[in-house]
Design a protein. Sequence first.
Length: 274
Amino acid sequence: MTKNEIVVKGINVRYTNINNDDYICLTDMAKAKNPEHSGLVIIHWLRNFSTIQYLGLWETLHNPNFKVTEFGNIKNQAGENAFVLTAQEWAEKTNAIGLISKSGRYGGTYAHRDIALKFASWISVEFELYLNMEFQRLKAAEQKELEWNAKRELAKLNYHIHTDAIKENLIVPTLTKTQINFVYANEADVLNVALFGKTASEWKSENPTLKGNIRDYANIEQLLVIANMESYNAILIEQKVPQSERIVQLNNMAKSQLRVISQTSNKFLLEDKK
């Protein structure tokens, strides 16, 4: 179970991923209502009939092992003056999965995102809106990072395809290891020059304090284009196209694809503003 935090109206709210679902810490959220006794806030929320009704419906929809009979007994008592229920008792009695309590210094009560938003609305409409906004912003950032990593991995995969083509078509058995390494570096720089206008060593000389290589600092669009270039260059190598011709074709390809991507991005931005 991995944990992270978002800040909602000045309150650090932990969230975690459990079985590929997002869970948000109610203990942290409850501090918006009572900073000193957040546990009592959750208990007070669980005393409401509408809360128990919602939790039962959510579990019925998402949890095939939910104990419906136990839920019925709890629902019949909900709302009465003597009725008290903790999140841990709810989970133990009904085999619920929507609320999870963890003990210890870094523990707390976590709820599935659906339930956490319901709890936030009970705290206040304003808190619910801010929580939802911050969480959506977080998920958008995570998605962007996933896309970048996916394109980076795609570029790495195509690089292997690219280097295999060099090994099979440009490297002959009589070459020394130094010559073989030179061919690899030379072909990598063909792509670098075609897309970035400079070799890897030229970029390093211009950026001596930066770690990594030129492609580590490429944007998503450039990574996508270079992945396509690597695949195309592998085909050109197999066809015995001279390097001087390939670099021109690759450069034209880079310009064309970046132009199309730019135009497409601008189109989507204009449509979003409508």
